[in-house]
Design a protein around this ligand. Structure first.
Ligand SMILES: [Zn+2]
Length: 212
């Protein structure tokens, strides 16, 4: 079972800062734009509060580690120290999402950018089949289709931890399930799970479904 939690960026509250650790406070302060602060704060808070409820712990006791496996800086995939759970956090545009699972998981949301030079980016980023499929779309539909492919790629990268560097156009590897999630017209989202069978996915709202 994979839980996917969503919140709107407007749901961030100053009191959420209470439960941040030192590294998180520094990172929050480093964001220049208020919207970036709100997205980060919400992502951290959803993770803490969902895990606090799941494991019956105070939110401030949930220790999160983001040590990058390549350079050691705290910008890697988030892990909950000592808890048997896999996480993936994503934010873009108006949405913040968190996936919680019992196996490696990747969640990606992207705002659909109507100004995007889809053909230019697609040639570099997508497989030949995907580029061909894009030709069937125009205007905002084309941007949506491209963004769908893009979120699928990003979700796989986040689930496997393997950057598709140099093989961005590779297909989804065996043993990974990818599913598109409906998040409305303005965003696209995808979930990747390292598992042989299609996973059960439960979609929840941070604002209304979390028992606090
Ligand atoms: Zn790094």
């Amino acid at each position: 079972m994979v839980e996917v939690w969503w919140a709107g960026v407007g749901e961030a509250r100053p009191e959420f800062e209470r439960d941040l650790d030192r590294v998180e406070r520094e990172r929050l302060a480093a964001y220049v734009r208020e919207v970036d602060q709100a997205r980060f704060l919400l992502g951290v808070t959803i993770v803490r509060q969902v895990l606090a409820a799941r494991f019956s712990l105070p939110a401030a006791k949930i220790m999160l580690d983001r040590t990058c496996s390549e350079c050691g800086k705290p910008h890697g995939k988030v892990r909950a120290v000592g808890l048997p759970v896999e996480l993936s956090v994503t934010h873009s545009g108006q949405l913040v999402g968190v996936a919680v699972a019992d196996r490696p998981v990747g969640l990606d949301v992207e705002r659909v950018d109507p100004e995007l030079d889809v053909d230019g980016v697609a040639r570099v980023a997508l497989s030949a089949d995907e580029v061909r499929a894009l030709h069937g779309h125009s205007g905002i539909e084309k941007a949506r289709a491209f963004t769908t492919y893009w979120t699928r790629r990003e979700a796989v990268v986040k689930a496997t931890g393997v950057g598709l560097r140099g093989k961005l156009r590779a297909d989804v590897p065996a043993g990974i399930q990818v599913r598109e999630l409906d998040v409305g017209d303005d965003h696209r989202a995808a979930l990747a799970v390292v598992t042989a069978e299609p996973p059960a996915v439960r979609t929840l709202r941070f604002g209304s479904d979390l028992r606090r």
